[in-house]
Unconditional design. Structure first.
Length: 336
């Protein structure tokens, strides 16, 4: 039995082969009722297009690449869900790469994306040396930064103002009367950690306090396990801070676990606030105050920018979109 062709689908749906091609490659260009007829014909005939052949002709495939620094963090899982929602609606598949914050691993991800002829790349870069992304663009692959502001006007980015987020968190702790505040953070190479630290310093300065008085506990990773280890470090010093600000919610949940194991009450003995407002923040034993980011929307908007640049290179206007974070107060900073 010969393979079903686009012409067979077109004949059954009562449309031209070009319309079938548009449904497969640019579905947003086809009226809904026509698209439904073509998709019904595809299902009835069991048509499967030869993806590799079509990508060779076009020079690219109906895929985009997404490279993040920690897919184990629910923040990036939510971002990826937003990416997939828009990509799926536009007829694209998403290739996921997890760099683990490792530049060499990230470079391998980018090489795989290029080999797979992706149409574009969404990336949360592992560091601020971004020359390697210019080489990707030289291959004709569009690039949009996710959760990382662009440094040039010829780049698109979608990010959240982490300096403001750090300011919100520490200003809240100061309003509670905290005198000694610790900042539990990840590697110094991660821009988000540095920006949140800068915001914390701004809050201290605005309150007439020395920004350098913030006690910093830097961990090699931003996981719950690292958070528990950070709590153990703080406990070993004898005198605990009045309040702890963590660079993400996973660290904060680990800190909470470590403090509770030691019999330290949150918030009665130590106030605690995280960052990201992942689902677990509102489901922990002591619900966690946090700085909320619009994670799903980050992924959606970044994908919309990327596909617009891919589809309309002559008219596309580069945008650097900056969302504002929101303070969410729960039990960990609020006395019953």
């Amino acid at each position: 039995m010969s393979a079903v062709s686009i012409k067979d689908v077109a004949a059954l749906a009562g449309v031209s082969p070009g319309t079938v091609s548009n449904v497969l490659n640019r579905p947003e260009k086809v009226a809904g009722s026509t698209r439904d007829r073509v998709e019904a014909a595809i299902r009835e005939l069991g048509f499967v297009r030869h993806g590799s052949a079509s990508s060779l002709r076009a020079g690219h495939s109906r895929t985009i690449g997404l490279s993040v620094i920690d897919i184990g963090n629910p923040f990036f899982t939510d971002v990826a869900a937003g990416v997939e929602d828009v990509a799926s609606d536009r007829g694209y598949a998403v290739l996921l790469g997890n760099s683990s914050g490792d530049r060499l691993k990230e470079q391998r991800n980018l090489l795989v994306f290029a080999e797979q002829r992706v149409r574009g790349v969404l990336i949360t870069p592992s560091d601020d040396d971004l020359a390697r992304l210019d080489r990707i663009k030289e291959r004709g692959i569009s690039v949009v930064f996710v959760d990382h502001p662009a440094s040039r006007p010829d780049q698109c980015s979608v990010a959240v103002n982490d300096v403001t987020g750090g300011t919100l968190a520490v200003a809240h702790l100061l309003e509670l009367g905290a005198e000694r505040i610790a900042y539990v953070t990840g590697p110094g190479t991660i821009r988000q950690c540095a920006d949140r630290r800068q915001g914390a310093g701004r809050a201290l300065a605005a309150a007439g306090r020395d920004p350098g008085a913030l006690q910093e506990v830097a961990m090699p990773s931003m996981t719950a396990r690292s958070g528990q280890q950070a709590a153990e470090k703080l406990l070993s010093q004898g005198r605990l801070p009045d309040a702890i600000f963590c660079a993400n919610d996973l660290l904060a949940l680990g800190v909470l676990r470590g403090l509770m194991h030691a019999g330290v009450r949150v918030p009665q003995d130590v106030a605690l606030i995280g960052y990201d407002d992942i689902d677990f923040a509102s489901a922990s034993a002591v619900t966690l105050s946090s700085v909320r980011q619009p994670t799903h929307r980050l992924g959606q908007v970044a994908t919309e920018l990327l596909l617009d640049e891919c589809d309309n290179p002559e008219t596309h206007a580069h945008q650097q979109i900056m969302f504002q974070p929101e303070l969410v107060i729960r039990e960990s900073t609020r006395l019953p």
